[in-house]
Design a protein around this ligand. Structure first.
Ligand SMILES: [Zn+2]
Length: 269
């Protein structure tokens, strides 16, 4: 599997950046893992959006799904998607209609969101929506998918992708939890959120610090730990050193355009 970071920002984009979005490619199959604000533009620099086979959403927060809106408009209204010749395109009887795998309640949420401007069916007409709920296992082309519910402010799932003998584990957003440690046991690559400069001091916890992310990686015995979902306003040297100390080995920081091969050694950019 080849994983490319399209966006690693938290709920507000880095300057010139995008929120959560990771392109996963395996044997000609193209999967987009999360589709936060800014991701559709970044995706278009890497692949043709009509070649995306499936989009997988970890949870129903804006920074993980908002660019499903422009993606849906492209699939529905782009001249190349129309049945008749228009705008220099020949017309097609087989417009792109990717799978959209999202947590239970996603359809209702998309309808609620888009009916505000009178386009209730926008997302469900553009994608083939499949809602998942809990520990289901799925197969997407050559990729095996498992889920693990993790604690966050809304129902949220860490995601494991398996292909070619390699395992990639994505924490999604979460507070410290044992479930993720078990779920990520000896994974080849743990992409884990590190949103906070310090733990939340009031209310329910929902995110990790860099040190907590590194500690989860150490306890899971992950082969490789990459931090994500942190702002460009966070001191990256500090974050990396906190995570590395807790991991017990060098932890890495995701950045837009970073490419990881799983299984594999080292990073190729
Ligand atoms: Zn979230």
């Amino acid at each position: 599997m080849r994983i490319t970071v399209l966006g690693k920002s938290p709920a507000w984009q880095d300057a010139g950046g995008a929120c959560s979005g990771y392109l996963v490619e395996e044997e000609g199959f193209t999967l987009l893992l999360d589709c936060g604000n800014g991701v559709f533009s970044k995706l278009r620099h890497r692949v043709d959006y009509v070649d995306v086979d499936a989009v997988l959403i970890s949870h129903l927060h804006a920074d993980h799904l908002l660019d499903l809106i422009p993606f849906s408009y492209a699939l529905r209204y782009a001249p190349r998607q129309q049945p008749v010749a228009v705008g220099g395109w020949p017309g097609t009887s087989r417009p792109a209609h990717p799978q959209l795998i999202a947590p239970k309640g996603a359809g209702e949420m998309f309808r609620h969101l888009t009916q505000c401007w009178g386009d209730e069916e926008l997302v469900e007409s553009a994608f083939r929506l499949h809602e998942y709920d809990g520990p289901d296992e799925l197969t997407l082309g050559p990729i095996g998918v498992r889920f693990c519910e993790v604690p966050h402010y809304t129902r949220t799932f860490a995601v494991e992708l398996r292909a070619g003998g390699g395992r990639f584990t994505y924490s999604a957003d979460c507070s410290p939890n044992e479930g993720l440690v078990s779920f990520a046991r000896e994974t080849d690559l743990l992409l884990i959120e590190a949103t906070l400069p310090r733990p939340e001091r009031t209310g329910k916890r929902g995110h990790l610090t860099p040190a907590e992310a590194g500690e989860h990686g150490r306890r899971a015995e992950a082969r490789r730990v990459v931090l994500t979902h942190f702002s460009d306003e966070l001191d990256s040297d500090w974050a990396q050193s906190e995570a590395s100390e807790a991991f017990g080995r060098p932890a890495e920081l995701a950045y837009e355009g970073a490419i990881y091969e799983v299984p594999g050694h080292g990073r190729c950019d």
